[in-house]
Design a protein around this ligand. Sequence first.
Ligand SMILES: Cc1cc2nc3c(=O)[nH]c(=O)nc-3n(C[C@H](O)[C@H](O)[C@H](O)COP(=O)(O)OP(=O)(O)OC[C@H]3O[C@@H](n4cnc5c(N)ncnc54)[C@H](O)[C@@H]3O)c2cc1C
Length: 390
Amino acid sequence: MIHQDLPLDFGDPSDLTRLRRELRAWLAEHPLPARRPDEEPARFLHRWHRMLHSGGWVGLDVPEEYGGRGLTALHQVAVSDELGASRAPGVPRIGYLAHALLEFASHEQRVRLLPRMLAGDDVWCQGFSEPGAGSDLAGMATYARRSEDADHDRDHYTVNGQKLWTSYAQHSDYCLLLARTDRDAPTHSSITAFALPLDRAGVTVRPLKAANGDDEFCELFLDDVRIEAAERIGAEGDGWRLAMTTVNYERNALDTGHLSKYGLLLARLRRELHERAGGVPDGLVSSVGRCVVDYQVLVAHARRRTAERLAGGAAGPESSIDKLLMTRAEQRLYETALQALPGQLTDVNGAVYGEYLYSRAASVYGGTSQIQRNIIAKRLLRLPSASDTS
Ligand SMILES: Cc1cc2nc3c(=O)[nH]c(=O)nc-3n(C[C@H](O)[C@H](O)[C@H](O)COP(=O)(O)OP(=O)(O)OC[C@H]3O[C@@H](n4cnc5c(N)ncnc54)[C@H](O)[C@@H]3O)c2cc1C
């Protein structure tokens, strides 16, 4: 629970205590339902998402006029904490997409898109990466040509290209899509964002099977897809800034809701060592010790970032520190759990190694660890790079 250990000022705690109490009462009346035998995990989580939304537990920090509760990031964090503590899946990970829309979409688009996103009426995915553009996102090839019809109808784009690793596109209604709109302009000012309905003609979604058996990833093929100018998010050429805003929130420890999940597993590991008193190899004891240190460092960092956010700060390149700390904490925790609790770790699908395998992806999704170090070196520490010195 991130606001208990360090003395930072987070305002009136009674407000949060009340919210936590309300959520606990709600959870007592609305426990996590059982997954139906034929229900896909993504559909089950979506059902849970809708239940959470109906209770008012999604989008706490989104303004009321856009379907949220107009509270703060700390309220959303408190909800994630309580859900984690009750061993229920967290709020759906849509906060980073919602923040992108809040910052870049028009008022009309926010009113139309955000309440449905928060309610789970429309499921969204993120169409950024491509076969030749992951870390080097600016190298994307998907191209949106603005129409120049004979009647000078310039009100739509025709999009061609391919996206890759698009998580849960097969279950999504909309894709926050990036495409190049100018082949001559510098890369960072030639990318534009769109809210693409996935039932549009010319869109093909093909799921891919991952090592843990999940079919989270998809390939997304775009063949002469028509996108209306009104479906553009932000101005033409704003896509790079929107992408950076999105990933800064995606890398943020506060918005992921992972902290309570890590805290619970760590507590379980500590219990296990105590129960086995004496019969535990030194190597395992010291691994759990390192997990505790990783977790405490992450919690302290998250608390500092919470204070900054409450003071009005937006997610910026500092989120790369969150991402590195979360990756280190998560990977070490699941490696250690594999040794300490062999065969006992099950994920929401009942898969024993599912969460361990997924933790291996933490150093890749949302930008790889090498890329986070590059961002910290260049943008936070202002270290010179080879291109500066040549
Ligand atoms: C679980 C998961 C879910 C994902 N979901 C989505 C999604 O929903 N939507 C989406 O758009 N994408 C998604 N992705 C894609 C993800 O963003 C990319 O995999 C990631 O950005 C890395 O890109 P890449 O796979 O092309 O690797 P590459 O960019 O090809 O990198 C390969 C290796 O080279 C290293 N490298 C590359 N450039 C540098 C450099 N300049 N300096 C040092 N090292 C470098 C990388 O760190 C990496 O180790 C997901 C990925 C995963 C694993």
